[in-house]
Write a protein of this length. Structure first.
Length: 247
């Protein structure tokens, strides 16, 4: 899967296979199942305290429905707040993206995780086996794809890396939505900041295109102050903040 930028820079992603996605799903199912059991136990405790058999039956039904809601909410919240990574996906180095290469929005995440209730019956696994990008029904409905996070390549022990061209070491204030950026975006920023021999006009043009695309990926509103920063300053600060965040 490849996404092209306006300056003809192609960002490539490797789609996750059935095996890694299945392992990630098993990890997430264990965690989500634990939360479901806690929710179900609480509901059954309420049922036992009901004054009538009818009230107990309603309480049991509500507890089961709430447990299923907890299951869906686990995946929705995890993917929404972490830029497409559940604990299981993070453990396997996977991430959910939109088919355009950007971070999925809340609607896409909601759709893919509601359809998960159909996929877990086995239909999703069957479709993934035959789809060229290993997408399940939820991915097709939500316009998403699961990809592998590319590990940052470190060559310090082999050769000195090219210098990073920045005007200031100040990372500035934390940029809202930067958690939606991953290793691929950090590598793209590094590639830009290590390019030498560019004219000032070319460097400014490329910085503007890169900054605009990253602002969209972080889902910054048009009025966000970061969109008003000089593009080269925003690019440098994003790189410094990504480089310095905990690994």
């Amino acid at each position: 899967m490849r996404v092209g930028t306006a300056d003809n820079v192609s960002l490539g992603y490797t789609t996750a296979g059935v095996g890694s996605r299945t392992v990630a799903q098993l990890i997430d199912n264990l965690l989500a199942g634990l939360l479901m059991l806690i929710a179900l136990a609480g509901g059954l405790a309420v049922a036992r305290a009901a004054a009538s058999a009818q009230g107990a039956a309603w309480a049991v039904g509500a507890a089961v429905a709430f447990a299923f809601l907890v299951y869906v909410a686990y995946f929705f919240v995890a993917e929404l707040v972490s830029g497409g990574r559940t604990p299981g996906k993070s453990a396997m180095g996977l991430r959910v993206l939109g088919v355009d290469g950007g971070a999925p929005d809340a609607a896409a995440i909601a759709v893919r995780n509601l359809v998960r209730l159909v996929d877990v019956t086995g239909i999703g696994l069957f479709i993934m086996f035959f789809h060229p990008q290993s997408r399940r029904l939820g991915d097709l409905a939500g316009g998403t794809v699961v990809v592998r996070e590319r590990a940052t390549l470190r060559l310090a022990s082999v050769a000195a890396p090219p210098p990073i061209i920045v005007r200031t070491p100040d990372a500035g204030p934390a940029v809202e939505g930067i958690e939606r950026l991953g290793a691929a975006e950090e590598n793209a920023l590094r590639a830009f900041l290590t390019r030498q021999g560019l004219t000032q006009d070319t460097r400014a043009r490329l910085a503007a295109q890169l900054a605009a695309r990253l602002c969209d990926r972080m889902q910054l509103p048009p009025s966000a102050p970061e969109r008003m920063w000089p593009p080269e300053l925003l690019v440098e600060r994003l790189y410094l903040q990504l480089e310095n965040r905990p690994r």
